[in-house]
Design a protein around this ligand. Sequence first.
Ligand code: NDP
Ligand code: OXD
Length: 308
Amino acid sequence: MTFLYKGPAQRGAIWAEQFARKMPQLPFCFWPDVGDAAQVRFLAAWEPPARLEETFPNLEILFSVGAGVDQFDLSALPPGLQVVRMVEPGLTACMCEYVSWAVLSLHRGIPQYREQQQRGEWKEHPVRPASSRRVGVMGMGTLGRAALAQLRQLGFDCAGWSRSRRNDPGIRTFAGEAELGDFLARTDILVCLLPLTPETRGILDRRIFDALPPGASLVNAARGGHLVQPDLLAALERGQLSAAILDVCEPEPLPQGHPFWNHPRIWLTPHVASATQAETAAEALLDNLRRHDAGLPLEGVVDRSQGY
Ligand code: NDP
Ligand code: OXD
């Protein structure tokens, strides 16, 4: 039985060392040195090798090395293969930092102050407490809920929206299409932390922007495919949105000359809101393998029919 890793060598070296120390009975292989392919039961990858079923007939679990699984063609994977996304505290903590930074920047009007600075303009706007700012997070999964908990600590008036109803202390929760309008109507800063699925592709569009209070702002730390780019530009132009902070785009990177690059009210970061942290992720993988051994449910199992 072996564990096969396909990904950056630096992270692989840390994982190999931790596996050798903590689970020495499970050999750790680096793609493409797979040894006996029939022994491969576990694969960790961002992009799995082609023809998985033929190549690894005894593969049981595909671990995504990231939180998202939209990079996999779930319909093309062997039917019985369990797919598990990355749930690990290092990745969650970094996402909370990014969302807090972005929301605080928008709350304090920093994009506007940057623009003023470029014009040589010294002009104050009213300073408001966080408690008077309504933040809404789309997606109340591992990352959305952790981000909401931190935003609440910062004093924001927080709400979350998800497919099924969630109950988190101190957070107003909204569920499904039926409650989306009410959620948006009370949201000054909208944060997207949804998975990218056929249902959520293009969700950040004119309809959503128009349902927000005028002058609202956007943080997209999920996937570029959630955003309808021309609708964002039009909403900024009309003043319906005042600013956007985007960590993700489609394609990545954006082509030179794309209007987002130099837009004064769009801040871009190159898909760095968070990243799997090798040490804590190794612990999470080992925990899941122990659970698997013990016949317990794994953390982060993907419902392949829902796409996340
Ligand atoms: P989870 O699977 O834990 O959570 C997903 C949440 O989205 C759930 O609350 C789910 O609802 C909700 N959801 C899914 N589909 C819908 C829908 N159609 N309508 C309403 N709500 C929906 O994901 P994570 O929190 O772990 O990660 C979220 C995403 O963040 C990842 O998929 C990835 O794309 C992105 N990401 C981005 C990173 C970056 O650096 N920019 C880094 C890591 C992740 P319910 O609770 O009802 O199931
Ligand atoms: C992820 C990412 O999904 O880094 O983990 O985007």
